[in-house]
Design a protein around this ligand. Structure first.
Ligand code: TIU
Length: 221
């Protein structure tokens, strides 16, 4: 299945591909969470939800493997390096009590994936303590067990957790495709730069494409 992608077409093999949805959590997308405590306008991120939902629905219908990630720390903060918690001057730090429960803590209301993209029973959900989806998680083993060789990425934020995860995946030998309209940053120029740099130099990190290109290919299957 050929996807009209940049810098050149991506040969998608859905049986050996997974859709990886990075951190579409209330903590990043809704007011009162981690993203806002860092000083960001979270409304920018809400704009991609319909495109993400359409892609997720089509991928499920095609029978593809779905992986959801959450940036999440244990309640005792044993997996949160002090350097991460103490960095900068946020209004609330990781672990502090906020309007959606403790900031970036597993199990708290703010740490849940937004309703529009909620995982279905049986889909993989990875809690990750870092920005990358592979660091200190079982993701590599789970993908290998499922025979996955290609990853389609969407989620937030483009230049932080999405880019870090895509680079980790690229170094592990996966062909990665970033869905351009299904990812967003609090800084539009960072998104643009991240998209451009990942596909530069002959797809040095991976490919990028609008989700419509994947939806069209799946529809013509
Ligand atoms: N701050 C920011 O842009 N992102 C994060 O801290 N985490 C993710 O990108 N998920």
């Amino acid at each position: 299945m050929q996807i009209d992608a940049q810098p050149f077409p991506f040969e998608l093999d859905p049986a050996h591909a997974a859709l990886v949805i990075i951190d579409m959590q209330r903590d990043f997308v809704e007011p009162g969470g981690f993203g806002e405590t860092l000083g960001n306008d979270v409304s920018l991120l809400q704009a991609i939800v319909p495109a993400c939902a359409a892609m997720l629905s089509a991928w499920r219908q095609a029978g593809g493997l779905v992986v959801h990630t959450r940036e999440a720390h244990q309640a005792d903060l044993s997996d949160c390096p002090p350097a991460k918690r103490l960095r900068g001057n946020p209004t609330l730090r990781i672990g502090d009590e906020g309007p959606m429960g403790r900031i970036l803590i597993a199990g708290e209301p703010g740490n849940q994936i937004i309703d529009a993209l909620a995982p279905l029973p049986g889909e993989i959900v990875i809690d990750k303590p870092g920005k990358g989806a592979f660091y200190a998680t079982p993701l590599q083993n789970l993908l290998q067990q499922a025979g996955i060789r290609q990853l389609l990425f969407m989620g937030v934020t483009t230049e932080v957790c999405v880019q870090t995860s895509m680079r980790e995946a690229n170094d592990r030998g996966y062909d990665c495709l970033l869905l351009e309209d299904c990812t967003e940053s609090y800084f539009p120029h960072f998104k643009a730069a991240a998209v451009e740099m990942m596909r530069a130099q002959g797809a040095i990190v991976g490919w990028t494409a609008p989700s419509a290109a994947v939806l069209a290919a799946l529809a013509n299957k």
